[in-house]
Design a protein around this ligand. Sequence first.
Ligand SMILES: Nc1ncnc2c1ncn2[C@@H]1O[C@H](COP(=O)(O)OP(=O)(O)O)[C@@H](O)[C@H]1O
Ligand SMILES: [Mg+2]
Length: 342
Amino acid sequence: MIGVKGKLSAEVLLEVKDLKTYFHLDEGVLKAVDGANLTVKRRKVLGLVGESGCGKSVAAQSILRIVPSPGRIVGGRILFYRGEDALDLATLDPFGDEIRNIRGREIAMVFQEPMTAFSPIHTIGFQIMEAILLHRDANKKEAKNIAIEMLHKVGVPNPAQRMNEYPHQLSGGLRQRAMIAMALSCHPALLIADEPTTALDVTVQGQILRLMKELQEEFGMSLIFITHNLGVIAEISDEVAVMYLGKIVEYGDVMEIFCNPLHPYTAKLLRSVPTVGRQIKTRLDSIPGSVPLPINLPPGCGFYERCSEAKPGLCNCEDPPLFEARPGHLVRCFRVGSSPLP
Ligand SMILES: Nc1ncnc2c1ncn2[C@@H]1O[C@H](COP(=O)(O)OP(=O)(O)O)[C@@H](O)[C@H]1O
Ligand SMILES: [Mg+2]
């Protein structure tokens, strides 16, 4: 436990500092998360965005300490503030009681594919009840009532009957709702949603997104919402963190990021989002190239090869630090500033 100032813990729930999660592979060291910083405020939504392969899922797995082998946290801190103390989740035994008690109860996660959260051989009701019995002080009858109430809350019709169904009997959208019900049944302080709407068709995507926002507000919980889609981020987030090659390259208030993007990567991501009302003639830009595998990367800024504004001799030599462009608006780019954060 680390004693913290009351002011910080009152506003901040989770702080990730210089997190490094590497996979030691035969081909070399794959740096999936390589010095990432994130701040999750209480009762707020942090949108974590970046193209596929940027390290978003591994960052989420690191917080919950479920990084698959041979992945390992090799540096940094994951401070989880409870009351006056901060617990560094990065130091916990991933198989120990302490993180097991936090997982599901205080920090819950929903995934893109709900079948990974549910076992195919038990009913939805049984599985939600199991989670409640494990993490809450409830008997079987109370757990059943809580489960039915949660399914009702997430918009599953006839929840008492649906309790007896198996995951494969539900449509994709209903399965996603059931997974959200299971995740929220223990009233976590933080929910991590990793691309929860990506596999759904567009109308269902919108419904699930609105549901998550409503529940986040009603439960007063914090949410890390992970997506590769900036359009989705705009709808749900209070703050936005843009991730590229294991690092947060831009962070700030959602309006600030959308109106005044400063990192060339963020600007390009924004230009690749289709928006209602955009003139048909304006072409949607796609970002040239793709995210490289983070193994044996050359020195300098990770975005150098794909950046139209890079300065040779600077950007390919040194890794830019985080600059504070405006209060609360952080950018990892030499174009932006000259005085890095201490
Ligand atoms: N289990 C794993 N074993 C080896 N490499 C992995 C594993 N999971 C992710 N990676 C690698 O880590 C990097 C980040 O992946 P990921 O966090 O899944 O990206 P995102 O969620 O942003 O699409 C990628 O280069 C990916 O290939
Ligand atoms: Mg992912």
